[in-house]
Design a protein around this ligand. Structure first.
Ligand code: SF4
Length: 115
């Protein structure tokens, strides 16, 4: 990670369109199902699948591999989205991530001044 820089998401939605698992912890399952006004059982049945390594649950994808909760460029569960989603690209990323992500680097000292 680059020291002293925060990458400000520009909501391009690209990271919501990559194929791949979005693992869900128990607290995430609880908060997303509650946000949607669904029972935990119904949420798991309708929106999750077993991870490939069978270690837990992941969000399902649309047939085109977009996240099931992507609506245009909006996230239907933005307020309660999984940690994997909110953590990218500042808490985790991968080699070459900047070619696909439009987040803008902002020096942390500028953010400190604005609060
Ligand atoms: S790819 Fe980057 S800029 Fe685009 S929505 Fe994801 S984090 Fe934000």
């Amino acid at each position: 990670m680059e020291e002293g820089v925060h990458y400000a998401c520009q909501r391009c939605g690209n990271c919501c369109r990559w194929p791949g698992e979005v693992p869900l912890s128990d607290p995430e399952l609880d908060r997303i199902s509650a946000f949607l006004g669904m029972s935990l059982h119904d949420f798991i049945a309708d929106y999750t699948d077993l991870r490939l390594n069978r270690s837990g649950l992941t969000l399902i994808e649309k047939p085109n591999h977009e996240c099931v909760f992507l609506d245009g460029i909006d996230c239907r569960i933005q307020a309660v989205k999984p940690d994997q989603c909110s953590g990218f690209p500042n808490q985790w990323n991968f080699p070459g991530w900047r070619r696909s992500c439009e987040a803008i680097p902002v020096p942390l000292k500028e953010i400190d001044k604005s609060v």
